[in-house]
Design a protein around this ligand. Sequence first.
Ligand SMILES: Cc1cc2nc3c(=O)[nH]c(=O)nc-3n(C[C@H](O)[C@H](O)[C@H](O)COP(=O)(O)OP(=O)(O)OC[C@H]3O[C@@H](n4cnc5c(N)ncnc54)[C@H](O)[C@@H]3O)c2cc1C
Length: 384
Amino acid sequence: MTSSIPKEGFPLFLSEAQLEVLSALCETFIPSLSNEATEKMVQDFAESPEHAVELRAFAKRSGKDNDFPRLLAEFMQERLPVKELQQISLALTVLGTSPGTYLMSGRHWAPFTSLSVADREKVVLEWGSSRIGQKRDLHSGIKGLCFQLYYSYLSAQSNHQTNPNWKAIQYPGPDPERNGEKFKQSQESYVDLKMLQIDHDNTVLEFDAVVIGSGCGGGVMAAELSQAGFSVLVVDKGPYVPPSQLALTEYEAYNTMFEQKAVLPTKTPGAFLLAGSCFGGGSSVNWACSLRTPHHVREEWATKYGLTHFTSPAFARSLDTVCARVNVTEGKDVTHDQQNSKMLIGAKKLGLAAKVAGQNIKKGAKHECGWCGFGCRYGEKQGS
Ligand SMILES: Cc1cc2nc3c(=O)[nH]c(=O)nc-3n(C[C@H](O)[C@H](O)[C@H](O)COP(=O)(O)OP(=O)(O)OC[C@H]3O[C@@H](n4cnc5c(N)ncnc54)[C@H](O)[C@@H]3O)c2cc1C
């Protein structure tokens, strides 16, 4: 798999002047730290002299460095619908002028690029809670995309292998154990699926049922039909990525396994949806957290919407059947990844009620790798 950021020379949807405004926005959302703040961070977090070097470089870098704004523009151009691109382009043009910045800030009569970082920060913070939808959209849209890409892109300098910020934040990149013993052993216990090959345009296929979409819903439907003796064709618009070919980086997984490369804006911009789009759908990229629908939710559905089936013993039995089928492991048998362990520790420290949720994983597996949102390399997640 290769990086899908367009190559040099790709005609950008932004002019150089607009790119400068985008650069000022990137620097506002991801500013460099003062010397004092940098040293405080080093003091609090550095675990070794090498780590201190990385932390200082991280603190010094901002969102306008390393040609990041251009990468961001290319990233947006590849993923966002034309309407959103037009809105961004217009906003950047407006902010490139004094009257436009006055209009957007309510006080500064100067191009956005000429304001200090502190002034820009105040302006974008105000956009975040503005009553004007376009300002809020610009705030959350650019901020969301900026952060998503800043910590996930694979730099050209590293031959698209790593991100410049990972060492400082101590993120190891793709699972370091991905080619280790566990992976080799797991390969013996599951079979890569064989996809149907269609050689001719006019091939005629006959099945009792065609299921469109292989996610949690489609997968169950296909299995039920098949168990009942029907022949079933499952069709998915996304690719099948066998465990042995999973890249296990956010950037590549988002590009190949998610709906609209994980940048799927809601109808009113500003928020993005994440949904799997690959064989197995969401069940291939989800976090394996398996909660039984809580009783108070079932009560609400029954009383508020008249959906009494949800409080019936039949629904309770359905939950049991699903949990048994996908092997939901609960309680002390659940092994957490680092992120969830820290959440639990944090919740306990804050006095928040927290308990361990079940996971749909293979019997006896210790599902702690933490990369399963990019697909399960070890064939442990019991998805569809
Ligand atoms: C990152 C992430 C983490 C999550 N973590 C959890 C979790 O820990 N626990 C939990 O309970 N839930 C989790 N979820 C939610 C859960 O995965 C979804 O609710 C669930 O997958 C929805 O099932 P579905 O069948 O409706 O759709 P999906 O599983 O999304 O499947 C839809 C499939 O249909 C395909 N498709 C769509 N349109 C077409 C078309 N026109 N032609 C052919 N194919 C098509 C798509 O490519 C996709 O593969 C997570 C979701 C995400 C994205």
